[in-house]
Design a binder for this molecule. Structure first.
Ligand SMILES: *Cc1c(COP(=O)(O)O)cnc(C)c1O
Length: 411
């Protein structure tokens, strides 16, 4: 037997069935007419955002990193609930445009932006989080050609990182951002060239459950931003402090203590000199806002015994939920939380492995987990599927096709 992660708070049980929003998961699957199906709860996303706002200083803006889940109805649901949207491609730009998001609240990061992408973002009015001197020069030239003043911030590659984070994206040699010692001359050049100066973007890592590590990093980010601002000699309009807020996926993971982070950040803000009264501060969060609000529902096609072990073979797999299979940036594969949809909370009766339908041994969704007896035709849920699922998995692999997606509104 191997343990599984904790089932996220907010999923209810009614008559032994998993309920999402106000509806049983089975009814939602029938409505969608298909499995595999990602179901996202608009209500849980909303609750997550309001709890986070309660914990954070009022002054802090909360942005959504579209990369985590770009499903169009979900983006529309986020409009007005978060303060901004961070995108990382012109494809994501199209998504926010279609959702009617205010250009002023959109920022565009990512190395290797093509000229067509820069042009599209400048025309739209998004802020470019500039990742190199070369990109800055191209952006200035495009702005001049179009007769538009580009909004430009500098993405800084800091000399520190978010301790213990799942994916390190700052500190040392990186393809992201501009090394901090090169930021000041570039910022001066940008300001002199007449672009709209938008400050800094400092992103240091992802998926941290360690509040102390995040507190330490945010203090470092503020210190670096102040040092650079003083050297540049122009007021700081905006600071994107990055994110890194993680969610519990695995056995033993504890939810992040956001109150602790909020209190420490409040102290930091209260110590800022008055030069920063007008500065806007934001964090950019992906999985923390949506990850636990999504469930990936599959159907059991067959129960199979082999050498004394039971396999539950589903119609889903790593082509939709690469992360749950352990093949998306994890060193050791561990079990996501999972459950039989119509035997939700039922007592454990056996140990079985839940696998996908792909012809590869990598396609494991649950390894030797304790479950009630599951039969052919049963619906099976894998939790923590709201981020990096449908859009971050190789849906073309083995020709099984994409999963359905559904946003459920109402509680
Ligand atoms: C991936 C990414 C995010 C979102 O990361 P999460 O772990 O989902 O919060 C935010 N900002 C940048 C720059 C990123 O690359």
């Amino acid at each position: 037997m191997k343990p599984m992660g904790p089932i996220p708070a907010g999923f209810k049980e009614r008559d032994g069935e998993l309920v999402i929003g106000s509806k049983p998961a089975r009814a939602l699957v029938d409505e969608a007419g298909r499995t595999p199906l990602f179901i996202y709860s608009g209500d849980l996303i909303e609750r997550r955002i309001s709890e986070l706002r309660d914990a954070m200083p009022k002054k802090l803006e909360i942005n959504y990193a579209v990369k985590a889940n770009p499903f169009a109805p979900l983006i529309t649901h986020m409009r007005g609930r978060v303060d901004g949207f961070d995108i990382a491609s012109s494809g994501e730009l199209e998504v926010v445009k279609a959702a009617g998001i205010d250009p002023e609240s959109v920022s565009f990061a990512g190395p290797g932006k093509r000229e067509t992408e820069l042009e599209a973002a400048i025309t739209f009015g998004a802020t470019l989080n500039c990742e190199s001197e070369r990109e800055a020069a191209k952006s200035i030239a495009i702005g001049e050609r179009l007769g538009i003043k580009p909004r430009i911030a500098i993405r800084v590659n800091p000399d520190f990182e978010l301790r213990g984070s799942g994916m390190k994206m700052g500190g040392g040699a990186k393809q992201f951002g501009i090394d901090s010692e090169r930021v000041v001359p570039l910022a001066r050049r940008l300001i002199d060239s007449g672009v709209e100066w938008r400050g800094f973007h400092i992103y240091t890592g992802s998926q941290s459950l360690d509040a102390d590590a995040i507190v330490e990093t945010q203090a470092n980010v503020l210190q670096l931003a102040r040092k650079l601002t003083e050297e540049i000699g122009a007021k700081l309009p905006k600071l994107n402090m990055g994110g890194g807020f993680g969610i519990p996926y695995f056995h033993g993971d504890k939810p992040l203590d956001v109150r602790k982070i909020g209190a420490a950040l409040g102290d930091e803000f209260s110590r800022l000199p008055s030069d920063y009264d007008e500065t806007r501060f934001c964090v950019e969060l992906g999985r923390y806002l949506v990850g636990e609000a999504g469930v990936y529902v599959t159907r059991i096609i067959e129960r199979k015994e082999s050498h004394g072990e039971t396999f539950l073979i589903t119609d889903g797999g790593l082509h939709h939920q690469l992360a749950a299979s352990g093949n998306f940036g994890t060193v050791v594969r561990r079990n996501y939380p999972l459950a039989n949809v119509e035997k939700f909370g039922a007592p454990v009766q056996e140990v079985a492995s839940v696998v996908g339908c792909l012809c590869t041994p990598l396609d494991r969704l649950g390894d030797k987990v304790e479950l009630p007896v599951c039969e052919e035709g049963d619906l099976f849920a894998i939790f923590c599927a709201g981020a990096y699922g449908a859009s971050a998995s190789p849906s073309a692999f083995l020709g099984q096709g994409a999963a359905g997606e559904l946003l459920v509104l109402g509680s």
